[in-house]
Write a protein that binds this ligand. Sequence first.
Ligand code: NAP
Length: 244
Amino acid sequence: MTSHATLIIGANSEIAKAIAAQVINNDTAQLIVISRDCSFYQQDKFADAQLITLENYQEQTISQAVETLKANMPIVITQVFICHGILHNERCQPEKRLEDFSADMFIETLTANTVTPMLWLKHLTPLLATKHECKVVIFSARVGSISDNKLGGWYSYRASKAAMNMLITSAAVELARRAKNMKLISFHPGTTDSPLSKPFQKNVPKGKLFNSEFVASRLLTIVASATIDGQASYLDWQGKEIPW
Ligand SMILES: NC(=O)c1ccc[n+]([C@@H]2O[C@H](COP(=O)([O-])OP(=O)(O)OC[C@H]3O[C@@H](n4cnc5c(N)ncnc54)[C@H](OP(=O)(O)O)[C@@H]3O)[C@@H](O)[C@H]2O)c1
């Protein structure tokens, strides 16, 4: 008998942890999490989850992780959450003006936010293209919308998310031909309390800083109601379309 699974990648993200907690509470499906740090999942409630810990997100490592997933078949993965995203770290801060732009920061941001999710999509697609519905959420951000860009700044982060959106729309065209069971969703969670947003929270209007549990619950509802329509959707936490 086949059993259904939820796959969460970049599972040490604050929002990913909240998704995992809700999936394990509410779902009979199996949970599989992939991260460089799975220590959060060493709790009793995740005892039945499959944990895959990776050293890095190079293509070879991603490919090996997908081979590990294949070894578990006939599990059918019905929803995937790809949660990677960096906005700042010890080396990078989001740019306020053109003079802050640096090739190193751009490449590092693009690698984490765009190349890594795309490599997952590349390696997972043969596994996900089945007769069962499969919804794949890749975390984006509203700032990745080119038509919605009124504020500028944050060059690398914006561009990495805009590029991810373009890759998602292109992949959706291809998948509509060769994997009609798959639906791609580019998701904006809203400003959510997490290490990523921590330094930028003081100007967030009251009531607009979400906790990860709220966002996870919204996202799981949105994914459950999404239809397999051969198109990519760019949705916010309300389930509203964002202009690409
Ligand atoms: N929080 C917000 O306000 C907000 C707003 C808009 C969009 N988003 C997006 O939502 C997603 C989740 O964000 P979060 O707030 O939950 O962030 P977070 O808690 O800071 O988690 C960071 C995530 O990025 C991954 N990551 C970190 N460095 C990486 C690298 N060098 N290469 C590849 N992956 C790396 C981590 O993977 P590991 O599990 O391996 O550590 C983890 O999945 C991101 O795509 C973010 O851009 C967040």
